[in-house]
Write a protein that binds this ligand. Structure first.
Ligand code: AMP
Length: 228
């Protein structure tokens, strides 16, 4: 099963993707997490990626495509794409590689995204995620598991978030239209509902799409320079 989940920052796509991946036995692929791992490794590429991420911009389509190629080759069980593809160029290249069963769009207003992002923290050691409003730690600022201090992502600072939201509307929303025109089944979910309600709606959408089979059956060959 190939399931991309698309939504703006703090729409809850990461939370839902990880729950859905467990529920359906799919590999949870978060391009953001893969890039953050590269940053942590301290490599030259990681330094460059950190600069781009912290400025609220997107990394190159080439880099994302290379990462996706590797992931597809190693996860035949099916993949839940969390936040990917994020540009038309990425979507166009993937048409030749993937058969999308269903595209999930989680929709929230920009004001909600901004409010949510400023309340988002994670543990500086184990990376467990918290939200000071909806999922607070037992003691403010401290991880429940290992008592390490909680920190915010650099790209969750308000100026970077505003830039990312503008990019989402300019570069990612057209991806949804692109797939709609290809005949891919798309479900738009109201991301202002509770985490459980969003999960349930997505689960029902996936289960009914599994009965009808993949929506994207046309396989176009990708341009030769992009073939694996
Ligand atoms: P995320 O955790 O999904 O919000 O991603 C964090 C950052 O990683 C983004 O703001 C981008 O700089 C970069 N990134 C993640 N996924 C992609 C993608 N598919 N295309 C381009 N840049 C990406």
């Amino acid at each position: 099963m190939i399931l991309p989940i698309i939504g703006p920052q703090a729409s809850g796509k990461g939370t839902q993707a990880s729950r859905l991946a467990k529920h359906y036995g799919l590999f949870h692929f978060s391009s953001g997490d893969v890039l953050r791992d590269e940053v942590k490794s301290g490599s030259d590429l990681g330094k460059e990626v950190a600069r781009i991420m912290n400025s609220g911009k997107l990394v190159s389509d080439e880099l994302i495509y290379d990462i996706i190629k590797k992931i597809c080759a190693t996860h035949p069980e099916g993949i839940l794409f969390d936040g990917c593809p994020r540009t038309l160029a990425q979507a166009e290249r993937l048409v030749g590689e993937l058969e999308i069963d269903l595209l999930i769009e989680i929709s929230i207003p920009d004001e909600t995204a901004l409010k949510r992002v400023t309340s988002r923290f994670h543990c500086s050691q184990c990376a467990r995620g918290y939200n000071t409003v909806s999922l607070p730690p037992r003691t403010a600022g401290i991880c429940d598991d290992d008592e390490a201090p909680l920190v915010q992502r650099d790209d969750d600072m308000p100026e970077a978030v505003k830039k990312r939201l503008a990019l989402y509307h300019r570069q990612t929303v057209p991806v949804i239209e692109f797939y709609r025109n290809l005949g891919v089944s798309i479900r738009t979910i109201d991301g202002e509902q509770s985490i459980d309600e969003v999960f349930e709606e997505i689960r029902l959408a996936i289960d009914s799409s599994r009965e009808t089979g993949p929506s994207m059956t046309v396989r176009h060959p990708a341009p030769s320079k992009w073939r694996v």
